[in-house]
Design a protein around this ligand. Structure first.
Ligand SMILES: C[S@@+](CC[C@H](N)C(=O)[O-])C[C@H]1O[C@@H](n2cnc3c(N)ncnc32)[C@H](O)[C@@H]1O
Length: 400
């Protein structure tokens, strides 16, 4: 059974070679990893994707400076919980264009100079093409900054705060297909004929063996019943656990804030979500066909909150709490900031109106406002004998 075919877009030669070498088909996860992170051909690996309203897709920080300005007090609250005089780190994983890192470092230097004086900005970016652009932007960074791998961070774990904004959705997912009786691993297969040029197809592969079925149980995917019809396709997140373990080994004490698209398992795996959450983005266009122009589109899947939490706990993190972005930003003073923008006039009006528009987009309940902020902690940051105060983003909004 072939579920999707993309005959209209030519399969690049590098992918034809790889698929032939693999015997004609690979698990979807392998394909996604190549299409995103291959250093020569991947959309991030080659530094091809541009983040921002004028690029391939917009993210919250790419809409303007207000997102970072609202987030900064949360990071400052956590940094201030570290022992006085301890050297601190602000670690951003997957910094994209580097604009959030720059805005946060600037906010820290201006508003919390005593914390900034002890803080180094560390950037974990596995894709050389993206890191090259970040280096150019961060020449203006007011804090000392450097790029390093998780392995280098683990050699000298730091204290402070780690941020993963729209990073975990770029980790390659496993796709599985229900055939009416069995769960099968989805694969990407190369089809070649004497007449036609090569094409790619998504096909159900071998049934999942019993050990691979165990993680499906807590997600509600093994319950008997007629709910899921044949062809129902969804995603699993096997790359989360190793990523969270790597991150944990790099942070001696402090907090990790994950901000991303996410659903609870009951919503994620609901029978009516027949094609999972996987989407592809390029030049502000979106499609659910992941086989279009491999290596040129961003491929992204939502996180499952329960899978994230269990992988995090297994890796030694403690969950501090989670909230939708809309509520998190209101708790951090978005309403007051919006009100403040209404006081301006004259020449600054166009700029104020565009900031107002950006702030409203950040809390739009069906897009960015529905993102989840998930706070995890390690070491003393996880609370011990003297529990740390509730993170600002989980508190009630300020009065007034
Ligand atoms: C969707 S972009 C997000 C960029 C930025 N954080 C933002 O929100 O504007 C994903 C970023 O994560 C990086 N990335 C991909 N896989 C990663 C991994 N395993 N660890 C850290 N970063 C990764 C990509 O190269 C890219 O910089």
């Amino acid at each position: 059974m072939s579920l999707t075919a993309s005959p209209e877009s030519a399969v690049p030669a590098w992918l034809v070679d790889r698929l032939r070498a693999a015997g004609g088909a690979v698990p979807f996860r392998t394909y996604m990893d190549w299409a995103l992170h291959d250093p020569q051909h991947g959309a991030y690996g080659a530094g091809r994707l541009q983040v921002g309203p004028a690029g391939d897709f917009a993210t919250s920080p790419s809409l303007g400076p207000d997102f970072a300005a609202l987030l900064a007090p949360q990071l400052a609250q956590w940094l201030a919980q570290q022992p006085p005089d301890a050297p601190l780190a602000l670690v951003e994983t997957g910094p994209g264009e580097g604009s959030l890192a720059l805005q946060l470092a600037t906010a820290l230097a201006e508003r919390w100079p005593e914390l900034a004086a002890r803080t180094t900005l560390l950037l974990v970016e596995p894709n050389a093409g993206m890191a090259a652009r970040q280096r150019r932007l961060l020449e203006a960074c007011p804090l000392p900054c450097r790029w390093l791998s998780f392995a280098e961070l683990q050699a000298q774990p730091v204290r402070g705060v780690m941020l993963a904004h729209e990073v975990l959705d770029a980790l390659a997912v496993e796709r599985i297909v229900w055939d009416g009786a069995l769960w099968r691993q989805q694969q990407v297969a190369l089809h070649e004929g004497a007449e036609a040029r090569p094409s790619l197809r998504l096909e159900p592969g071998a049934p999942l063996p019993p050990p691979a079925l165990a993680p499906l149980e807590p997600l509600g995917l093994l319950q008997p019943g007629p709910q899921r019809t044949p062809g129902f396709t969804t995603e699993l997140h096997p790359a989360l656990a190793p990523w969270l373990a790597e991150a944990a080994a790099g942070l001696a004490a402090g907090q990790l804030l994950v901000i991303d698209y996410a659903h609870e398992a009951w919503r994620y795996y609901a029978p009516q979500r027949r094609n999972g959450t996987l989407m592809a983005y390029r030049q502000q266009r979106a499609t659910d066909d992941p086989l279009l122009e491999p290596g040129h589109w961003d491929l992204t899947a939502h996180l499952c909150l329960e899978s994230l939490q269990s992988a995090a706990e297994a890796a030694g993190w403690t969950l501090l709490g989670q909230r939708r972005q809309g509520e998190a930003l209101l708790a951090l003073g978005l309403a007051q900031r919006l009100h403040g923008l209404q006081q301006g006039s004259g020449a600054e009006l166009p700029q104020l109106l565009s900031r107002r528009e950006a702030l409203l987009r950040l809390v739009d309940p069906i897009t960015l406002g529905d993102f989840r902020w998930v706070a995890l902690a390690r070491g003393e940051g996880a609370g011990g004998q003297a529990p740390a105060p509730l993170p600002l983003f989980l508190q009630d909004p300020p009065i007034g």
